[in-house]
Write a protein that binds this ligand. Structure first.
Ligand code: MLT
Length: 255
């Protein structure tokens, strides 16, 4: 099982991810928000790369079941219903809704993986389930960190490193790691004793604290607090449910 970590989506293009098994990580905050929204009953997440696409896609869907969520510079986009804070995605707000999600880095990375064979969304909140899923698939995986404006993000790298650690605990002999995966694992070992300190001190953590989202940092480092697995199913991201496993995996294949 080969694990290739990419510290930024610019290191892989859509063609390289086509028909691959892909994990997309955006700890702050798109992955954490998706996990919260689906746990709270959102029907599906439709990731888009641009505000224009969000407007276009929502025009094609029935108004009362669709919400537009996302951010620019961490803040809610004008005309949208929700920002990108996991705490906004309550049951009351999202149950039964399709959410078009447009974020600066996270949703862009997810769109890039839209032709993957399997794609799952990962963060600290669902990390053990992600590792279980990878073991269950039992094939090579690319782990794509959303990063920040094409650059490295410490929190995503540490999360990727924790996935490597969980996989190595399950079967270290079968793992073949690229250099970035080895580095991510080392970073995890450096920071795992105090993930809250790490996230408060990283670039995007400091930025979010500065604009009033410090509470999100605490939510986003909680390990396995929301054990659900968002996966690509056609063009949308839905919860993987055991009973619909076969259908979901079939749907995840590109046209
Ligand atoms: C992103 O996609 O860049 C993020 O999720 C930004 C954020 O809302 O913190």
């Amino acid at each position: 099982m080969k694990i290739d970590v990419y510290f930024s989506p610019v290191q892989v293009d859509e063609m390289q991810l086509r028909e691959k098994n892909v994990i997309v990580i955006d700890v702050l905050r798109a992955s954490s928000t998706i996990v919260a929204a689906l746990r709270n009953g959102a029907r599906e997440i439709i990731p888009v790369s641009t505000v224009e696409s969000a407007v276009k896609v929502s025009g094609n869907l029935f108004g009362d079941v669709v919400l537009r969520g996302g951010e620019r510079n961490g803040k809610m986009i004008d005309g949208f219903n929700l920002g990108n804070s996991p705490s906004e995605y309550t049951e009351e707000a999202v149950k039964g809704k399709s959410i078009i999600l447009c974020t600066t880095n996270g949703s862009v990375a997810m769109v890039r993986a839209r032709h993957a064979k399997n794609m799952a969304v990962a963060c600290f909140n669902n990390i053990s389930l992600v590792a279980d899923f990878m073991m269950e698939v039992g094939e090579d995986f690319s782990i794509v960190c959303a990063g920040k404006q094409s650059l490295f993000s410490l929190e995503d790298a540490v999360c990727a490193g924790m996935i490597v650690k969980l996989l190595s605990e399950r079967d270290s002999l079968m793992l073949e790691l690229n250099d970035a995966a080895v580095t991510a694992h080392v970073l995890y070992k450096t920071y795992n004793k105090n993930l809250l300190k790490m996230i408060k001190s990283c670039d995007h953590g400091r930025y979010l604290s500065g604009i009033g989202f410090e509470d999100d940092l605490k939510l986003c480092v909680e390990i396995d607090s929301i054990p659900v697995l968002p996966i690509l199913a056609g063009n949308v991201i839905k919860l993987k449910k055991e009973e619909t496993k076969t259908a979901a995996v079939t749907e995840a294949k590109p046209d």
